[in-house]
Design a protein around this ligand. Structure first.
Ligand SMILES: [Zn+2]
Length: 439
């Protein structure tokens, strides 16, 4: 359903102006409040008590809660509780998100009030409303919910008890995870100034690594301990999708402490076939092996807008109109391994490698031919039909499946290539021998 339809439905249910509801909804959704939460929140704001008063909440085991339950009463142990700031009607609101467990299962919750939830405590949430999020039930703890803290703590199965505090490895993390704790090495970190909702703000971004893998991060309120080379413990971070891959978000509510120990970062990327990789919906560090079956348009020598850096056609940027393009090199190659195909994007450096020349060389060739497509033609001749081992970041979105390559190397496993290389070596040896004889 489109936002407009949600607004329509809400407005008619609540008997209020649609445009007003829509702008409220837009606000909440822009700040990552799931649509169902946003609608629930607006129902409360505009005073629709229908779901709260329709039936008395019944006590439920966590495993038995379904999205069809209106309101329930649940007793469980708080596994995680992480604060997050959202902007609602122009004001910043702090919400608490996390996971609750009893003997039967776990369930995510969002607390819209400050109940003082702490990991490890056992609570009974009376009259919590149930919403569906991503096909799963989720508890909403709001104004009409009563929270009581139990003296006797529940005995949790070991798997749930281990999750108290939200400790995880990077490979465990998934988009949507809240209040997570990781211990990682900061592999890359740079400061950037962005045009945020409160004007220009400085943020940090980079890459974190641990034994299990690597993930990108954004640090919205620069934490001093987050510096390249440091080993840190990050508490209360959340995971959000950015450009199709999960990203660790370190907010002003997160704590970052430097650790006095080493963390080895696993050097191996996950190796998958193309179909499996696409099914993940986006993965930060993956290795694929396949044949380049074609080079797409927009490869070779290209021009970018100096303002937004997007690729332009005939000196026209879609946003900035007529501009003086900046020359650049890029390849968009279609890689197929028999299970599926995706687009591999090579940056300027990798493109220089497969082209066998620099940007200057490419410009020279284009001038000579009076046609810049000769650069793409040369690249096509060199790579199409060959097998490559590619490592990089895969995003899967409305633009399709794109792998931003970090490395792109002809597969050494290719027997034909190995044979050819062997022959060439042999020939070189013979040439060298001939040369010696002549000398
Ligand atoms: Zn532009």
């Amino acid at each position: 359903m489109e936002l407009d339809d949600h607004a329509e439905e809400l407005a008619s249910d609540l008997g209020v102006d649609k445009e007003e509801v829509k702008s409220d909804l837009q606000n909440l959704v822009e700040y990552s409040v799931p649509i169902d939460e946003a609608k629930g929140s607006l129902r409360r704001k505009y005073g629709d008590g229908s779901s709260a008063s329709s039936s008395a909440p019944s006590a439920r085991d966590v495993a038995d809660v379904t999205p069809d339950d209106g309101n329930v009463t649940v007793t469980g142990v708080v596994l995680t509780a992480g604060e997050r700031s959202i902007r609602y009607q122009g004001d910043d609101h702090v919400i608490v998100e996390g996971r609750l467990a009893d003997e039967t299962g776990t369930i995510d919750y969002t607390a819209w009030e400050d109940f003082g939830l702490e990991p490890g405590t056992t609570i009974t949430a009376g009259n919590a409303s149930v919403r569906e999020w991503d096909g799963e039930p989720e508890l909403n703890l709001g104004e009409s919910t009563s929270i009581s803290f139990e003296d006797e703590s529940l005995d949790l199965p070991a798997a749930y008890a281990d999750a108290i505090g939200g400790e995880a490895t990077l490979a465990d993390l998934q988009t949507g995870d809240r209040a997570v704790t990781v211990e990682v090495t900061v592999l890359e970190c740079e400061r950037r100034t962005i045009d945020g909702r409160d004007g220009e703000t400085e943020i940090k971004s980079g890459v974190l690594g641990d034994e299990s893998g690597r993930l990108p991060f954004t640090n919205w309120e620069p934490a001093p301990a987050l510096e390249e080379g440091n080993v840190v413990r990050i508490e209360n971070a959340y995971v959000q999708e950015f450009r199709g891959v999960p990203e660790v978000n370190v907010s002003k509510f997160s704590t970052v402490a430097e650790l006095d120990r080493e963390i080895d970062v696993g050097a191996d990327a996950t190796t998958m076939n193309v179909r499996e990789a696409i099914r993940t919906g986006g993965i930060y560090d993956v290795e694929l092996v396949g044949n380049v079956i074609a080079i797409r348009d927009g490869s070779g020598l290209i021009q970018r807008c100096p303002e937004c850096y997007r690729v332009i056609q005939k000196g026209q940027c879609r946003t900035h109109g007529s501009v003086d393009g900046v020359d650049d090199l890029r390849v968009k190659a279609i890689l197929d391994d028999g299970t599926a195909a995706l687009t591999v994007v090579l940056d300027d450096e990798l493109t220089e490698q497969v082209y066998g020349g620099t940007l200057e060389d490419a410009l020279e060739a284009a001038r000579e031919a009076m046609d810049q497509s000769v650069v793409a033609d040369t690249i096509r001749d060199r790579v199409v039909g060959r097998e490559y081992r590619v490592r990089g970041h895969l995003s899967v979105d409305e633009y399709g499946a794109n792998l931003d390559a970090e490395t792109f190397a002809e597969s050494a496993a290719d027997p034909e290539k190995r044979a050819r290389a062997l022959l060439e070596d042999h020939e070189l040896d013979r040439d060298a021998a001939d040369a010696e004889v002549e000398a």
